[in-house]
Every structure is written in structure tokens, then in C-alpha cells.
Design a binder for this molecule. Structure first.
Ligand code: BES
Ligand code: ZN
Length: 631
């Protein structure tokens, strides 16, 4: 009988530990290769942006911001350098909850500007009157304490004794901390001066320092053009550990050693990725492990992936997340979805690429377990949305809605299965050659679904009319086509046999679970019937210590079963988990299940009331809806 390894409790990250100061020096990396020409203006309209980049496009951004923890405010100047070939006389920007103080042109003339009425999800359009020859527009502004991209953490929400700030710009939250053209169809290079209190380290999706500055002033440079959703900033008591010569990890001092151990395979992943689809174009690749309220598993901020500490399982079993965010350095950051309706071009490609990295490093049986779990998630999501729901199409229609509504397993796992289907029909060598040239030829550009289908037809499927039609079915029709590949996870057959044996009455201690990995445990828990009787839940918990698991994925899967079985003895563990971290992927199914269970609705509200102030706006928005929260 095996037990789930006793690992660090996620919730323990909430408790303050003495802050350690670190001044790790690092050699600056060599300057990365930069995109040669200025990116072309986008070919398609973005329903989530007021910018009209076909008329005037921002090509470079210079920020000068002061970080004020007491007022929960960023204030300063954004200087936008324009490309205005046709001599337009108005620049349109996106803003939301920003206080616009003053707008200046070039060397200082004050400009007239108007702020439009607030639009749901989108915020307010900022129209600035410019001259045909205006080169740079300077906007003096300040953020609101409620800015949705920003989370201002109290020291008790960190593992140290200082406050912490981080941003989350994807999908359309960059406009809540910078006035800009907030659409993935526009790319700009950037530089920034960030002023923080002494004793803090500031990091961005840019060339980064590895040690604190004496005066709290940090200067950043991002020489490759990036879309607005990849702008990112984090400020806190942070330390750095190198992982080889072009990768490293940042985290709070109390976490950084554990993070460095967990992510030790990162350099191998970079190597494997380059071997698959061409050179890494961004210089360094570092990971910042954030405090537990970070609302996502990971965010592919260029040069600096932001990650949840819930991947620190103590056994390196959850590092596929790093493979995923790293893969975005090609799919997403190099070739970017033109609008949020084309989100699957970012995420579906990235899940495919992630899986290939995992296969290259850990072998096919391992990557097939990941693929099988993803397929299971997808089937569940399609069932929840309804097989006829338009949101189960790959090409989305999010006009008039929050692009966040499009963030489901469909873009990720249906997108993955489509690419795998194409691979299986045309053969891996041809598909890899196609992808490699796709990333190279469209690097630093944007891609919409129709353009992609056109080039797929021409370059790969010229002789395959049937598959061309099938691909369109995948993209434009709801549900999952019958031709969807079936990952072969042989290990899972044995797991299912054990789940059946348990369901038929075998005691937990008599199950054959020796040597099971995280993924086998996940499959086991998902294969159990629902509900499970209380005495059998107790047997599982006592035997495998599931409620105390330090593996966040295993714990979350167990807690779903706990709710489905109304197994009250594990509710304290449920409450600890829900109040100890803010990752939406874990919160969403747990609150949803609680809200549906008769006895759980009240408990959900009681826990949420306590936990909500500690969640990021992104997670709050989702859970508010689930619980019909009115405050
Ligand atoms: N880019 C996404 C996160 C995201 C998507 C943020 C849409 C805002 C809007 C990131 O790459 C991602 O997919 N993260 C996943 C992890 C991954 C392993 C599937 C997550 O956070 O769970
Ligand atoms: Zn992703």
C-alpha cells in the first residue's frame, strides 16, 4: 500500500515566515535577436478594443511608474510612440478605471482628449487629438485601487513580511494599469522605469535584474515587440536562483529553494522545445513563483513566466505547467491570436507543444497520461456547456461578452485533439516541418483562424480534401468529432481496475496502488463512483491521507469527491484549501459543486465571505457568478 507523499501544505504558504534578504548577483544575458521589421497592422477587427491600429498604431511604450503600496496605486507616465503613415489626427486607446491626469504631445504641448462612457467589460475609450506628424503621446495617469489586473497583497498573504504586487493582463486587463491599444493584434517594444520602496525587487516581462537595487529604482527593456496582454509587473521581497545559464527561478526567500528544486528540469525543457520547433527567441527564460492567490496556474509573460506555488508538489510531478508556459514562447508570444475569438490558436497549439515537450523528456507513456486526463476534462466541459453550445466551437464569438468567457477546456483540449488528429493523418515528420516553418514565418505577427486554415490547406493538406473539410467541422461546429484521437494510457487500465475493486467493496488498504504517480491518483479519484458512502470515504482518507495531501491536484480531485459524497469530516480540509490559495482552476469546480449540493450552498457562502478578500479580481469575478454573490 502506497501513500501519497506527505508534502508541504499549500495553505501553509499563507503563514508569515521571517523574511530573508538576498542579493544574488547574476550576469546579464546576451541581447536576444530582435524582430527585423515593424509588425504589420492587424488585418481583422478586435471586438474587445477601441483602438484603430489600422489608422495609428503604437510601436513603442515607455513607462515611468511609482508603486505606492499604501494607496494601492501605480502613478506616472506612459509615453506611446506612434506609427501614423496616413497622418491620422486622432489616437484611440483603451482604458478602464484609470484616472487620466494630462496628455502631452512630443516635447510638451498639452493635447485635448475625451474619455468615452464606460462600456461593460471594456472600460472607457480614450481619444487623443494629435497632429499628423505627432511622434509621441505622453499620458500622465494613476490606477485605481480596484484595478482588475493588479493584486495588492498584505504581508500575511505572502510567505514573508512585506506586501506584494503582481499584475495579470490577459485577456483585456492591461488597460486597467496602462492606457494603451489593448488588443493582441498590436505589438510594441517597451521600456520602463519602476520606482518601488527600498527593500523590494521589481520584475517585468522584460530583461530583469537578479538582485535588489539600493534606491528602489529599476529600469527594464523589452526589445522584442509584444502584444499588450503580455505586459507584466511583480514587486515584492523576491530572491533569484539560477537553473543553468539561461533559465532561473524567482520567488519569495522562504520558497525559492523549494521552487528551484521543483523546476530543475526547465533547461531540459528549453532544449527539447528548441529541438522541436526552432530557436527560443527571447533571450532568458525565468519563472516567477508567486504567492498562492495568483489566479492562474501559469501566465506566459515573455522572459518571465508567472506561476502558482500550487505546482510545488515536492516531487516535480506538476511541471507540465512549465512546459506549457514555455511552449507559449512560440505559440502565443511569437505567433499571437489576432483576437480573443482565435484563442484556440494560442492555447490549442500550446497544449500540443507542451505534450510534445513532456513526451521528449519523460517518455510517451507519461505524456499519454496527461493527454488522457485532458481528454477527460474536455468531455466533462462539453457536457457542462452542452454539446450544441456555440462555446464548444474552436472559433469563438465573444463580441459583446467578456473574453474570459472563452477560457474553457475547449480552446485547450479540443484544440489539442485537432492538432493531434492532423498529426496522425499526415504523419509526425510532415506535421513537425509545417509547425516549425509556421513559427518561423509568422514570428512576431498575429494569426486569425481563417488565415491559419488557408495556410494549412495550402501547405499541408493540398492532397487531402477530406481532412480539409473535417478540420472546418472541428473549428466551426460544436461538440467533439467522432474522429477525435484517443490517447493510450496503458497504466490507466490498471488504475480503473482498482477503482472498480474499491467500488465493489475491496478495502482501501488492499488496493494495488504501489508506485502510482500523481496522474494515476488523479485518474483513480475521477474513476470512483459518486457519491461514495461515508465509511468508504473514511477508509480512503485514513489509508491514503488524501485530505492532507500536499499535491494540489490530488487534493483538489479528492475534495471534489468529498463534496459529491457530502463527506463532512473532510470539510475543514476543503475550507483550508479554498482559503489558502486563489487559483481559479481549483476554486471554480469546488464552489460549483458546493453550490449545487443541498447542504453545501450555505457552507460555500460562509467560506467565500472569508476567502473573497484574498482572491484576485479574475477569480472573484468567476466565483461571484457561481454563488450569485452580491456582497
Ligand atoms: N495564458 C494562459 C492563462 C490565461 C488564459 C489567462 C486566458 C487569462 C486568460 C496560460 O498559459 C494557461 O493556459 N494557464 C493554465 C495552465 C496550463 C498548464 C493549462 C492555467 O492557468 O491553468
Ligand atoms: Zn496557455
Amino acid at each position: 500500500m502506497a501513500r501519497i507523499p506527505e508534502l508541504h501544505l499549500v495553505a501553509s504558504l499563507l503563514f508569515a515566515l521571517p523574511a530573508l534578504l538576498c542579493a544574488c548577483a547574476g550576469t546579464p544575458p546576451p541581447a536576444p535577436p530582435v524582430a527585423a521589421a515593424a509588425p504589420a497592422p492587424p488585418a481583422v477587427d478586435d471586438p474587445h478594443s477601441s483602438a484603430r491600429p489600422q489608422e495609428v498604431a503604437v510601436e513603442h511604450l515607455a513607462l515611468d511608474l511609482t508603486v505606492d503600496f499604501d494607496r494601492k496605486q501605480l502613478a506616472g507616465r506612459a509615453s506611446l510612440r506612434l506609427r501614423n503613415p496616413a497622418g491620422a489626427t486622432r489616437l484611440y486607446l483603451d482604458t478602464r478605471d484609470l484616472e487620466i491626469r494630462r496628455v502631452l504631445l512630443d516635447s510638451g504641448t498639452e493635447a485635448r482628449f475625451t474619455l468615452g462612457d464606460p462600456q461593460p467589460h471594456l472600460g472607457r475609450e480614450l481619444a487623443v487629438e494629435i497632429a499628423p506628424g505627432t511622434r509621441t503621446v505622453h499620458v500622465d495617469y494613476a490606477t485605481s485601487p480596484e484595478a482588475a489586473a493588479l493584486q495588492w497583497l498584505e504581508p500575511r498573504q505572502t510567505s514573508g513580511e512585506q506586501p506584494f504586487l503582481f499584475t495579470q493582463s490577459q485577456a483585456i486587463l492591461a488597460r486597467t494599469w496602462i492606457p494603451l491599444q489593448d488588443t493582441p493584434g498590436v505589438r510594441a517594444t517597451y521600456e520602463a522605469t519602476i520606482r518601488v520602496p527600498p527593500g523590494f525587487l521589481a520584475l517585468m516581462s522584460a530583461e530583469n535584474p537578479t538582485a535588489k537595487s539600493a534606491d528602489g529604482v529599476y529600469r527594464f527593456r523589452m526589445p522584442q515587440p509584444v502584444p499588450s496582454y503580455l505586459l507584466a509587473l511583480a514587486v515584492g521581497d523576491l530572491a533569484f536562483r539560477p537553473l543553468g545559464d539561461r533559465a532561473g527561478v524567482y520567488a519569495e526567500p522562504a520558497v525559492v529553494e523549494r521552487a528551484a528544486w521543483e523546476l530543475a528540469d526547465t533547461p531540459k525543457m528549453i532544449q527539447a522545445a528548441e529541438k522541436l520547433y526552432g530557436p527560443y527567441r527571447w533571450g532568458r527564460y525565468d519563472v516567477l513563483v508567486l504567492p498562492p492567490s495568483f489566479p492562474f496556474g501559469g501566465m506566459e509573460n515573455p522572459r518571465l513566466t508567472f506561476a502558482t506555488p500550487t505546482i510545488l508538489a515536492g516531487d516535480r510531478s506538476l511541471v507540465a505547467l512549465v512546459a506549457h508556459e514555455l511552449a507559449h514562447s512560440w505559440s502565443g508570444n511569437l505567433v499571437t491570436n489576432a483576437t480573443w475569438n482565435d484563442f484556440w490558436l494560442n492555447e490549442g497549439f500550446t497544449v500540443y507543444f507542451e505534450n510534445r515537450i513532456m513526451e521528449a523528456i519523460y517518455g510517451r507513456p507519461y505524456s499519454e497520461m496527461l493527454a488522457a486526463l485532458g481528454r477527460g476534462d474536455l468531455l466533462e466541459t462539453i457536457e457542462e456547456l452542452g454539446a450544441e453550445s456555440p462555446d464548444t466551437r474552436l472559433k469563438l464569438d465573444l463580441a459583446g461578452r467578456d473574453p474570459d468567457d472563452g477560457v474553457t477546456d475547449v480552446a485547450y483540449d479540443k484544440g489539442y485533439l485537432l492538432l493531434r488528429r492532423i498529426e496522425e493523418v499526415v504523419g509526425r515528420p510532415r506535421f513537425d516541418k509545417f509547425l516549425r516553418s509556421y513559427f518561423e514565418r509568422h514570428a512576431f505577427g498575429s494569426m486569425d483562424t481563417e488565415t491559419f486554415l488557408g495556410l494549412l490547406d495550402r501547405e499541408l493538406l493540398a492532397e487531402q480534401a477530406e481532412l480539409r473539410d473535417e478540420v472546418r467541422q472541428w473549428v466551426y461546429q460544436p461538440g467533439l468529432p467522432a474522429t477525435a484521437p484517443q490517447p493510450r494510457a496503458d497504466a490507466f487500465a490498471k488504475v480503473e481496475a482498482q477503482a472498480q475493486a474499491f467500488a465493489a467493496g475491496t478495502a482501501a488498504a488492499a488496493l494495488q496502488t504501489q508506485g502510482w504517480s500523481t496522474h494515476e491518483w488523479l485518474h483513480f479519484l475521477r474513476s470512483l463512483p459518486s457519491p461514495v458512502a461515508a465509511d468508504r470515504m473514511a477508509d480512503l482518507d485514513q489509508t491514503f491521507k488524501l485530505s492532507e495531501s500536499g499535491n494540489s491536484e490530488v487534493l483538489a480531485a479528492w475534495l471534489e469527491k468529498v463534496i459529491a459524497s457530502s463527506y463532512a469530516p473532510a470539510y475543514p480540509a476543503l475550507e483550508r484549501f479554498l482559503t489558502g490559495m486563489g487559483r481559479r482552476k481549483f476554486l471554480q469546480p469546488l464552489y460549483t459543486a458546493l453550490a449545487k449540493s443541498p447542504a453545501g450552498a450555505e457552507l460555500a457562502l460562509r467560506i467565500y465571505e472569508k476567502a473573497r478578500p484574498g482572491y484576485h479580481a479574475v477569480s472573484r469575478q468567476t466565483i461571484d457568478k457561481i454563488l450569485d454573490w452580491r456582497g
